[in-house]
Structures are given as C-alpha cells and as structure tokens.
Ligand binder design. Structure first.
Ligand code: BG6
Ligand code: MG
Length: 212
C-alpha cells in the first residue's frame, strides 16, 4: 500500500554510525567527557552541532561559539578520514537488495539523512542514482527528531506522508518518521526503538510485503 520508502543512511545502509561514534568518542574524551555506546544512542540522527552540544553539556568548562565550531570541524575532519576509503564493499548486507525490491515494486525512493557528508558517502558506495530524491541536509533547519527532513523528502517525491514508509536505526529518527505521520520500520533493537511500528535487526531481513 505504500507509495514511497524513505531511508536513513548512517547505520541503515552503511555502518557510518560506527565512524560517527569513533569520531565523537575521541572528541568527548579529549574534553574529559565520559562517552559510551548508551550515550551515543542519543546522538544518532542528531545533527553535528546538536550532537556537540549534548556532549559538551557533560564538560566541566564552557565553550565560546568559535571554540565549538573548531571542535565540530575537528570531529568532521576525523570522520572524513574514516570514510575516505569507503567503497561499495561497505554497503550493509541486504541494503542493495532492499533498494532493488522497492524499485521493482514501483515505489519512489528517498534518502533522509541530516549528515552533510551524505552525498559523499552515497558516491563512495556507488548508490546515488538509486534514489529519486536525496534531501540536502544543508537546507534543513531542524534536525531529527523534528519531522522536517522526512516531510521534505515526501513533498519532493510527490507522495503523501501517510503513504510513506520510513526506515531508521536511531531513536530520534523513528520519532521524526512518526511525527511526520509515516509508518516506521526500525533497524536494530526493539527495546531501543520502542516507537517503531516494526523492528528488524538489519536490512537483510527487509520484506516490503510484510509492512502495512
Ligand atoms: C546523522 C548521524 O546521520 O548525521 C549522526 O546519525 C551525525 O551521528 C549526523 O552526527 C550529522 O553528520 P555530519 O556528517 O553532518 O556531521
Ligand atoms: Mg542513522
């Protein structure tokens, strides 16, 4: 019954969520902030400056705007080093098959990532042309969990949000999908992604006909 599927990128199609984790962890620890997987869960799907603010909230000192920008830039340089050697081999199992299944079913395909590196990652993976529309994060004012990014994708695809299925690995991402009035497929742990309509461990279990 869906007319479009809108995918998140980091942690759904490729394991860049782990690279974001490594880059944030190095920054946090340099600033004396404890950083672990549980805290990282709150950062998934949150844009760069929003993530930095959440991390620095645990620091002992305060930071000027210029100081924050310098930290964000350093994190991004580290992240870009980590993704520099990515290729199609870094596609998660099932990702290409899921995109192909959606295409064969005749649905529109969108990508909704708040990452300003999303186009670079898509190019490296060699899958840019599999999407009918990729949201440009630079044009989005509100990070997930705000619905803006999924609503923008639906609008540009020309599909009613109620006819869209969103795919997300982040708590903030699932919240964004639900606030946009879409059906949410979570990728990961159902105990974490409690607001998703259905959760599967990874895209290699994606079955479009199961979701309604
Ligand atoms: C999201 C990730 O996709 O993009 C976050 O889940 C990341 O972890 C955010 O912080 C912003 O990414 P970037 O590449 O613009 O710093
Ligand atoms: Mg993600």
């Amino acid at each position: 019954r869906f007319k479009a599927v809108i995918f998140d990128l980091d942690g759904v199609i490729t394991d860049t969520a782990h690279y974001h984790y490594l880059a944030w962890k190095r920054l946090a620890e340099a600033e004396g902030v404890h950083f672990d997987e549980a805290f990282n869960e709150q950062l998934k799907g949150i844009d760069r400056m929003g993530s930095l603010d959440l991390i620095l909230a645990g620091a002992k000192r305060t930071y000027s705007d210029a100081g924050k920008l310098a930290l964000a830039d350093a994190k991004n340089r580290h992240y870009q080093e980590l993704i520099a050697t990515m290729s199609a081999a870094d596609l998660l199992p099932g990702a290409v098959d899921a995109l192909a299944a959606v295409r064969v079913a005749g649905l529109r395909i969108g990508l909704a990532s708040v990452s300003k590196n999303a186009f670079t990652v898509l190019e490296r993976l060699g899958i840019r042309d599999r999407f009918d529309y990729v949201v440009d994060a630079a044009l989005i004012a509100n990070s997930k969990p705000h619905p803006e990014i999924f609503l923008t994708a639906a609008r540009e695809l020309g599909v009613d949000p109620a006819d869209c299925l969103g795919v997300e690995d982040a708590v903030a991402g699932v919240a964004s999908i639900k606030s946009a009035g879409m059906w949410a497929l979570g990728i990961g742990n159902p105990d974490v992604l409690t607001r998703a309509d259905r959760v599967i461990p990874a895209l290699d279990r994606f079955k479009l006909e199961d979701y309604q």
